[in-house]
Design a binder for this molecule. Sequence first.
Ligand code: NAD
Length: 290
Amino acid sequence: MGALEGRVAVITGAGRGIGREHALLFAREGAAVVVNDRGGSNSGDGVDVGPAQEVANEIVAAGGRAAANTDDVATWAGAEALVAQAISAFGGLDVVVNNAGILRDGFIPSLSESDWDAVVAVHLKGHFAVIHHASAYWKAEAKAGRRPNAAIINTASASGVTVPNAGQANYGSAKAAIAALTLVAADELERYGVRANAIAPIARTRLTLATPGMGALMAAEAEAEGSFDAFSPANISPLVAYLAGEKCPITGKVFAVQGGAISELAGWHDVKTIETDEAWSIDDIAARLP
Ligand SMILES: NC(=O)c1ccc[n+]([C@@H]2O[C@H](COP(=O)([O-])OP(=O)(O)OC[C@H]3O[C@@H](n4cnc5c(N)ncnc54)[C@H](O)[C@@H]3O)[C@@H](O)[C@H]2O)c1
């Protein structure tokens, strides 16, 4: 019996890359999967049902349960329709994996308003919108006496969470906010039987292949590693499947995951405190803070 037998999962951006691996593993482990993917370019332009449909077809051909969906998670209505499809197609919803993403890199002085808005919309609003609609369903279930055993897995990034990546002000800001959103969601939704965690993955996908230097580095290291491909996107999915499981107790955590390594991350914390017993003077701060 699979680790996710009988669970219903929505996975966003599951037509390619890391999300596709999540969908294939979830289905092999017994979950019914709504494979959401807009099917657009790296920068989020265009719509194509192909990627989501191909993954859904692959799952069904292997004897699993899946349905394709091309709703835009960056819109309230798209996220609502996605959640509704899972409930109508498979009779409920147990897991949300927020994974859809785009890149529109640029340095701050030249980053356009539309490149800021699009990246923040797909990542941050796209996470929140799906969480919002799924949580409304889970809250109603809990109020009706059917306490959910549900899980949310969000996708943050080292860019924003552990490193300030030059050229990714939009992406890094959204990813840091996703880590914060995860902690708030874990805190708020526990009362309805919902856990929330996030991952910060590193893997070879079209997004990282488009990052200067990354493609060649990953290919060279994969070859040097021999049989274990440390940059395969499939390395990310077992952690996500574990976090999605009924028996997993973990909530409110962010994990870095790449190759054979999983690290628990922790956020902002005090590193230095200066204190006064009276009102601060600017000079006093200047003398003591640097
Ligand atoms: N690959 C890495 O090393 C890496 C590192 C850190 C974070 N991430 C994150 O992992 C996630 C998956 O990225 P990936 O590397 O597999 O890239 P990818 O481009 O292969 O997959 C992302 C998918 O999301 C889909 N998508 C984009 N906008 C969408 C929308 N509005 N609605 C629905 N689907 C949409 C795309 O069509 C694409 O198929 C992203 O959130 C990314 O930021 C990846």
